[in-house]
Design a protein around this ligand. Structure first.
Ligand code: VAH
Length: 315
């Protein structure tokens, strides 16, 4: 069976559906700490689970004969800066526990998301290479960089088949904006269809690497289904699709909502965004397991605006 930890988060909400479509609801267990958030998963098994409760996780793994874990629970960049030690503890303690569990129970595979947040202010910003200086200055980024080191260690030392992607900012319409620095690009769509003015917490020219959720799901499943010998990078793969600024995403929406308006009020999240690259070189992922993205900004905006209004009414 496949265990998804943090299933109700932005990535988990969509990855759980994709994994259920792939493996059947009886073979997927969606877990989250928040019982209410599990109600939407009426197509697979669910369980309330606090990843910090190691005994509960171990018991579930044994009871459900778990052979794969997607460990998605984490404190994101902006929220992490408000509670650094908690963010470090949750992000790192949970990953080490999952890697140890995978080793002990000889699991088939583990998935763990990394992020462009592993890059820091002195990382090359344009077309950031797979290998480069990484001195992240957010707790979230530090935890992702350390986590990548541990993933590679558990693969090399113990043969745990753990795989990882450095996601750019992920944009989807099936979950509300969360504690991420890139979540302005989720919120902007909600404001547009609500007919409200949008205040961007990043500067108009602040370019960031981004990706539409269907591309992120495709990359995750492509990586997890790739034959083991094709997965040559066991820290985490650079992954890229599009890069845009708040002004560019606003313009792509304004075509559909001519009255939509924006203003800019950069806050503490601007410094986080400034520490990250503008664009990413993902040639290793393209070479090793055939990655390629489908959605550009125009296509993403069209798809979100076509689906978000109805989604908000029904869910
Ligand atoms: C965040 N959405 O903003 C996440 C992501 C690259 C950004 O890691 O924290």
């Amino acid at each position: 069976r496949i265990l998804i930890i943090g299933a109700a988060g932005q990535l988990g909400s969509e990855l759980t559906l994709a994994l259920t479509q792939q493996y059947g609801g009886d073979n997927v267990i969606a877990t989250d700490i928040n019982p209410k958030s599990l109600e939407k998963f009426d197509y697979c098994k669910t369980a309330v689970l606090d990843i910090m409760n190691h005994d509960a996780v171990t018991n579930l793994v044994k009871k459900e004969n778990v052979k794969q874990i997607y460990h998605l629970a984490a404190v994101l960049s902006a929220t992490g800066e408000k509670n650094p030690l908690f963010a470090w503890q949750l992000n790192m303690d949970s990953l080490l526990f999952v890697l140890e569990l995978a080793k002990e129970h000889k699991m088939d595979k583990v998935y763990w998301p990394s992020s462009i947040a592993v890059f820091g202010p002195n990382t090359p910003k344009i077309h950031t290479p797979q290998y480069c200086v990484k001195e992240p200055n957010t707790v979230y980024g530090i935890s992702k960089q350390a986590g990548e080191r541990w993933c590679e260690y558990y693969f090399q030392k113990f043969g745990v088949d753990v795989r990882s992607l450095r996601y750019p900012g992920l944009i989807g319409y099936k979950s509300l904006p969360g504690g991420g620095t890139t979540d302005y690009a989720v919120d902007i769509y909600h404001k547009a269809i609500a007919g409200e003015h949008f205040v961007s917490f990043l500067r108009e020219d602040s370019a960031l690497p981004m990706m539409y959720m269907p591309d992120a799901i495709k990359a995750t499943l492509d990586l997890m289904h790739a034959p083991k010998e094709q997965v040559k990078i066991r820290s985490s793969y650079n992954l890229s699709a599009i890069s845009f600024t708040p002004q560019e995403i606003f313009e792509s929406i304004k075509i559909h909502y001519p009255d939509f308006s924006i203003s800019y009020a950069p806050d503490f999240r601007q410094a986080i965004a400034d520490s990250w690259p503008d664009s990413i070189d993902d040639s290793s992922a393209r070479a090793d397991w055939g990655w390629k993205h489908d959605y550009d900004l125009k296509k993403m905006t069209e798809d979100i605006l076509a689906n978000l209004p109805e989604y908000l009414v029904n869910f």
